[in-house]
Design a protein around this ligand. Structure first.
Ligand SMILES: *Cc1c(COP(=O)(O)O)cnc(C)c1O
Length: 394
């Protein structure tokens, strides 16, 4: 099987003087050179092994190492995350956590120091425990106010998550990356919440952009996936070796579904981000709502930095209702919003985050993920559910 050649019709970037827009890049991302009588996006290749007479050579030998469906998806994600970074390489994984662990566990060894956020994704403390068990020193600080800057001395790796999940704080990637690089520290950014159309960490100085493709990247809530985009082939070689050793590979069907979903990334992101802002604005007028956070609200503490480094503000809104039962009544009363975890999908979801026990949040804290419904319908549903939840508390 030959390595599918990238299409000259889908370069990462420009037509004449002007770079392609996000929608154009999304619909064409990673497509191979057109071949007469072949589909635009070749179907998933299901293979544990490939014909391999004689010497071990060529791109496809064994299914844990390489797969043509991954190759196309990796190209697509690379075009979206790092269109201007020569030498950048993308590696896809079975899940976001497989990608997160690949970077942290392959690039830190006993005696090294790693700096993590203390308000990041709820499984990050589990990785921390693993790092410490391997003899890595871990320092943590909050995302807000670039507080991790103070912890960089002698560190091997700085891990950022911006906007943070679920608190929606934002840090200045460029500022932190410049400081980290001055001390020889590598920088990884969890880009799950923003998606590559919302934020491009490599352009802001990071060495790795890491994400769960389970969320907004693929957007339909029907698959798990992760990826790491590395600034250089040397950084990528270690990550690829890690994937081979651990075997945390995506199935061909998941990889193909993910690639298919990328075509609508801009359409979904636009509508979902517009809906998130509309929901946030509606919530801002309610007296029972406290702790309202959305980086797109001009009054939000994250707004100035988010406006500088993000193209969109994300599809998540966080807020707190008076207590656990009030929050429960609100979630029960919603008709267009499913009570479910995860986020970034085309169908709105919300949950009382405290039910998992992993995040430091109040009992009435809600993480709301805006889907692609019509804005008026979604806002009306939220306001109606708030009214019902408030009435019952009288
Ligand atoms: C969901 C999530 C992950 C983990 O992704 P999975 O695909 O669930 O393994 C990592 N980081 C962030 C910010 C997430 O939201």
């Amino acid at each position: 099987m030959t390595d599918p050649t990238p299409s000259p019709r889908t370069p990462p970037g420009r037509t004449g003087e002007r770079p392609y827009g996000d929608g154009t890049r999304a619909v064409r991302a990673g497509l191979p050179e057109p071949v007469k009588n072949e589909p635009t996006l070749p179907g998933p290749v299901f293979a544990a092994h490939y014909h391999l007479p004689g010497e071990v050579e060529g791109p496809y030998t064994y299914g844990r190492d390489t797969n043509p469906t991954w190759t196309l998806l990796e190209r697509a994600i690379g075009e979206l995350e790092a269109p201007g970074t020569d030498g950048a390489e993308t590696i896809v994984f079975a899940s976001g956590m497989a990608a997160v662990s690949a970077v942290l566990l392959s690039h830190a060894a006993a005696g090294d120091t790693v700096v993590l956020p203390d308000d990041g994704y709820q499984a990050l403390p589990l990785v921390r425990a693993q790092l410490e068990a391997y003899g890595v020193e871990v320092r943590t600080g909050p995302t807000a106010g670039d507080a991790q800057l103070a912890l960089l001395d002698g560190a091997r790796l700085l891990w950022l998550e911006t906007p943070s999940n679920p608190g929606l704080d934002v840090c200045d990637i460029r500022r932190l990356a410049d400081a980290a690089h001055r001390g020889g520290t590598l920088v990884a950014v969890d880009n799950t919440l923003a998606t590559p159309l919302g934020q491009r960490p490599l352009e802001l100085g990071a060495d790795f952009a890491v994400a769960s493709g389970t969320k907004g990247l693929t957007g339909h809530g029907d698959l798990l996936l992760g990826y790491v985009v590395c600034r250089t082939p040397e950084l990528a070689a270690r990550i690829r070796l890690w994937r081979k050793v651990v075997g945390a590979i995506p199935g061909p069907m998941e990889a193909w579904l993910a690639h298919r979903s990328l075509a609508t990334l801009q359409l979904r992101t636009r509508q979902q981000c517009a809906n998130a802002l509309a929901v946030a604005e509606a919530l801002a007028g309610r007296t029972e709502v406290t702790g309202l956070r959305h980086p797109g609200l001009p009054t939000d503490p994250s707004h100035p930095v988010a406006t500088r480094q993000m193209g969109t503000y994300g599809s998540i809104v966080s807020f707190t209702l008076p207590d656990r039962t009030h929050a429960g009544r609100f979630l029960d009363a919603l008709r267009l919003v499913e009570d479910a975890t995860s986020f970034g999908g085309v169908r709105s979801t919300a949950e009382r985050r405290g039910r998992w026990g992993g995040d430091a949040v109040p009992e009435g804290f809600i993480r709301f993920s805006a889907g692609a419904e019509d804005t008026d319908d979604l806002v009306a549903d939220v306001l109606r559910a708030l009214d019902l939840a408030a009435d019952a508390s009288l």
